[in-house]
Design a protein around this ligand. Structure first.
Ligand code: ADP
Ligand code: GN1
Ligand code: MG
Length: 402
């Protein structure tokens, strides 16, 4: 059987019996260059093979390897042999120290992906244009292992990739257009409202209060080392409530619109699929726009140590505004549109204070890969805030003009 004629089918139960979901086309033979296939499963932190076998994936398990660069969950790419064709899937362990109610979280993701699925149709590309959950053997949208870890599975979106740093204005445009489209498609999600998976996630004044507490406690004895950053934060206390004070409408929003949470098609560059849906819940549209500016305007990654390289590139901002408005202009209110530049500064500041808080608390929230990693991340964010402040007038002028 060759990879073109073979078609893997995943069966899953719906209210009306079984429906079949076809993975994104075409199933290809993976090349020797796909490095994950060489990863030794036995060196992994979890028994990913055992977990994979609990999902409705047919065929023979071949391999698994860590995947992506997220700060919260554990993501693996697993490969199955399905009648001679190697097919990849994503498996993720949900960080239940952060997401305290994984069952409610998965209920959100199930509702959101099914709603998106009802809009993106069933064409050949349907399973590349939204995430598709693989259900567990007991038909739940997750599997809970004997250690109490919650796992989920997704169809692997092939021929697309994510980037940790932006490379062109077209990428920025495409990402913002996709996030705008995501908000638009979820605007008519039927009630009830989604669960709040992390309460007050973007409540910046509460994030600021948490920072003040961490400075006060100085549990890891690091406050001295972060004195300039703490002072920077204190000087900016005045901006923390700017979006809350603007009385903007609540919508269904993504809330974690990092540039690497949108997959870009490898052939066309189109923003094909918004991923990382853990924080999809009620929020402000501008939380999403702000996080796009935070992660898609600087030419370097979030943890760059050479701060001279960190800057808010105006052409990237313009591409984000234009891309976002392509899909979001039809539902944004004038007040929301006016506040686009403020949201950029606020969310960049907010994530900066979260990194700083975690540094002071001894690195308990974000995954770190070196000493001082969270402080480095905080520094890039604050540098970006300064860069935004220097260009604020021009940013407002641009938004008024478009
Ligand atoms: P985290 O919450 O840890 O950031 P993500 O859900 O963003 O986890 O996944 C981490 C990375 O895995 C993403 O940046 C992306 O590269 C890859 N990824 C996630 N889901 C898929 C998918 N369905 N298909 C292909 N790659 C994926
Ligand atoms: C985390 O999961 P990931 O890496 O996409 C965090 C975001 C931060 C981001 C900073 C649930 O996102 O809020 O903005 O790191 N997610 C959660 O890079 O806290
Ligand atoms: Mg992510």
């Amino acid at each position: 059987m060759n990879s073109q004629s073979f078609s893997a089918v995943i069966a899953r139960r719906t209210g009306k019996g079984f429906e079949t979901v076809k993975p994104a086309l075409p199933l290809r033979k993976l090349s020797d260059r796909d490095d994950f296939s060489k990863t030794l499963t036995m060196n992994l932190k979890h028994d990913v093979r055992a977990v994979a076998l609990q999902f409705q994936i047919f065929g023979d398990f071949l391999s698994a390897g860590p995947y992506g660069s997220g700060h919260i969950n554990d993501t693996y790419c697993v490969v199955f042999d399905q009648g001679g064709t190697q097919v990849r899937y994503i498996l993720q362990r949900i960080n239940h120290n952060i997401f305290r109610n994984p069952v409610a979280l998965m209920e959100n993701i199930r509702r959101v992906t099914e709603h998106l699925g009802s809009k993106t149709g069933s064409g050949p590309d349907a399973t590349r244009r939204r995430l598709t959950l693989i259900f567990a053997r007991d038909d739940k949208p997750y599997y809970c292992d004997e250690l109490g870890n919650y796992w989920r599975g997704y169809i692997f979106i092939e021929n697309a990739r994510t980037f940790d740093a932006v490379e062109s204005t077209d990428q920025a445009f495409q990402a913002a257009k996709a996030f705008g489209q995501f908000q638009k498609l979820l605007a008519d999600l039927p009630p009830p409202g989604l669960h709040e998976t992390i309460p007050d996630f973007h409540h910046t004044p509460k994030r600021f209060a948490a920072l003040e507490k961490a400075v006060e406690a100085d549990i890891a004895n690091r406050a001295q080392q972060a004195r300039p950053e703490i002072e920077f934060a204190l000087r900016h206390r005045g901006i923390t409530a700017c979006l809350l004070d603007a009385k903007l409408p609540e919508r269904v929003t993504h809330n974690d619109t990092k540039f690497n949470n949108v997959m870009l098609d490898k052939a066309t560059g189109e923003g094909i699929c918004v991923i990382d849906l853990d924080t999809v819940m009620p929020g402000l549209a501008l939380y999403d726009f702000g996080d796009m500016v935070r992660t898609t305007t600087s030419p370097v990654t979030e943890d760059e140590r050479d701060l001279r390289k960190v800057t808010m590139q105006f052409p990237m901002f313009e591409a984000l505004v234009r891309g976002y408005l392509t899909t979001a202009a039809e539902f944004l209110t004038p007040a929301e549109k006016r506040c686009l530049p403020e949201s950029a500064k606020l969310i960049t500041f907010e994530i900066g204070i979260r990194f700083l808080t975690d540094f002071l608390a001894g690195d308990t929230y974000f995954k770190i890969h070196r000493d001082g990693h969270n402080l480095d991340r905080c520094r890039t964010q604050f540098k970006l805030v300064e860069s935004i402040e220097q260009q604020e007038t021009a940013m407002h002028r641009l938004v008024e003009k478009i």
